[in-house]
Write a protein that binds this ligand. Structure first.
Ligand code: UDX
Length: 468
């Protein structure tokens, strides 16, 4: 394999994982970020995000990995430059592209005459490839006084990694998607990813290769299709989750169990068993943002996306359902003390973006509830990022349980399954647990003295909400 020179602009989740993975499979990678604190940490071999395996892989790749705040140190030599900066949602749901713009301009100012592929890794709206190309071109022209002629091409290479499994997903992806108009760019990306496609890199001891894994399919597409693949994949998964949550609401009403239904439909190979876990719904940085962006892009083109829009509504409704379940059990919420187990939007991450727990906390506070929160990893971040949120941060689940009227399992962290539930039941005013992920062992909890209320389990008819 020919080692390539790679620059990665932005060291967020996607950027750092991409950079470290490419260094691990043999390329020379320079990561660029404006945040000097982050850079210092990364240079010392530490990751600024909690992601299992990331520091280990960084360590194994350290000789091929550099960190800098200077485009001049990364861009001129690069064969491939990844743009992996944030694209947060603007208030109207459209993505805020100012960081992508700054990166494209920085790249344009530092490109030299050798052929470079500029890859959009950030989830950017359809058509951004052309826009990035024109930004790079203008910045190049402003700097060099002449047009860049054929020395760069823009490509799209969407990322499908899940937080908490980012290293696994990067080393063993279901597929790699690349999109570009120029054949040369597609060829360069094929060569870059060859060790992943052929699975020829050494398997790291802490992240073994799945048994059946032989080769990874590479999908070569045009630019717009590659851009849309990312949105379509995330929207589809969002719809799948909201679909099962909608079925869960009906299951509760008719006395059926949504977990059995999910199994019953998931074994149909056309449907598949994954992403059919009913519960509080999705949070995180992708599904909410990408479904909003898809709806807003469709609108620009004179279309509506009723299915995706409905998935969003169902999802955010799930959070209110938890409050309704508590209300049904406790009757009056005002003055109650309720503990939330888990703040991160899902386990094995400290990411609090679009965190269902923070949303539920706010809804409960509005109802006059005293809210306590616990998370194995994200407690301090939550405190720092939400200085105005009037909750009690508990280091210990026993402090959370003491004299509480209920606890809600919001994030399915493995440690919550084996808490000292007997001890907690003794401490609580009312041993009620609302299991927002259908994650806990109901029978065990009931033996410990708890009343266990799940989502869509239908075992408790009085849980049904007025509108289903
Ligand atoms: C997602 C996509 O999976 C990934 O491909 C994309 O690149 C980024 O967005 P991520 O947000 O890290 O990844 O998490 P994921 O594991 O997909 O879970 C998203 C949310 O959906 C979590 O809040 C999770 O709890 C929830 N979820 C997931 C469900 O409620 N039910 C399910 O069955 C699956």
């Amino acid at each position: 394999m020919k080692a390539m020179k790679v620059a990665v602009i932005g060291t967020g989740y996607v950027g750092i994982t991409t950079g470290v993975t490419l260094a691990y499979i043999g390329h020379q990678v320079t990561c660029v970020d404006v945040d000097l604190k982050k850079l210092a940490l990364l240079r010392s071999g530490k990751a600024h995000i909690y992601e299992p395996g990331l520091e280990e892989l960084m360590h194994l790749s350290r000789e091929r990995l550099k960190f800098t705040d200077a485009y001049a140190e990364a861009v001129p030599d690069a064969d491939v430059i990844f743009v992996a900066v944030g694209t947060p949602s603007a208030p109207d749901g459209s993505p805020d592209l100012r960081y992508v713009q700054a990166a494209a301009e920085g790249i344009g100012q530092h490109l030299n005459s050798k052929f470079t592929v500029i890859v959009n890794k950030s989830t950017v709206p359809i058509g951004s490839g052309n826009w990035v190309e024109s930004l790079v071109q203008s910045a190049y022209e402003a700097k060099n006084g002449k047009k860049a002629k054929g020395n760069f091409a823009v490509a799209s290479n969407p990322e499908f990694l899940r937080e908490g499994s980012a290293i696994y997903d990067s080393l063993y992806p279901d597929r790699i998607v690349v999109g570009a108009e120029r054949e040369e760019a597609l060829e360069t990306l094929y060569n870059l990813y060859r060790p992943l496609i052929e699975q020829s890199f050494p398997e790291p001891a802490f992240q073994p290769r799945p048994n059946a894994m032989k080769a990874v399919p590479l999908i070569s597409a045009d630019l717009a299709s590659a851009e849309l693949i990312k949105y379509a994949a995330n929207a589809f998964l969002s719809v799948k989750i909201s679909f099962i949550n909608e079925i869960a609401a009906l299951a509760e009403r008719v006395g059926a169990d949504v977990t059995q239904i999910a199994r019953g439909i998931g074994l149909d190979s056309r449907i598949g068993p994954r992403f059919l876990q009913a519960g509080i719904g999705w949070g995180g940085s992708c599904f909410g943002k990408d479904t909003a962006a898809l709806v807003s892009t469709a609108k620009e083109y004179g279309l509506s996306m009723p299915i995706v829009q409905a998935a969003r509504e169902v999802n955010y409704r799930q959070r209110e359902r938890i409050v309704e379940k508590l209300q049904r059990e406790l009757k009056i919420l005002k003055g109650r003390t309720i503990g939330l187990l888990g703040l991160a939007f899902k386990p094995n991450t400290d990411d609090l973006r679009d965190s269902p727990a923070l949303d539920i906390a706010q809804r409960l506070i509005k109802q006059g509830v005293k809210v306590r929160v616990h998370d194995p990893i994200a407690l301090e971040q939550a405190r720092e990022q939400n200085p105005d949120l009037a909750v009690e941060y508990c280091q210990n689940v026993m402090d959370l349980a003491e004299d509480a009227d209920a606890v809600v399992l919001v994030t399915d962290w493995a440690v919550y399954r084996d808490l000292d539930w007997e001890g907690m039941a003794r401490l609580m005013k009312k041993p009620l647990v609302v299991d927002g992920r259908n994650f806990l062992d109901k029978r065990r909890l009931e033996k410990a003295g708890f009343q266990h209320v799940g989502v869509g389990t239908g075992t408790n008819p009085q849980l049904v909400t007025a509108e289903g």
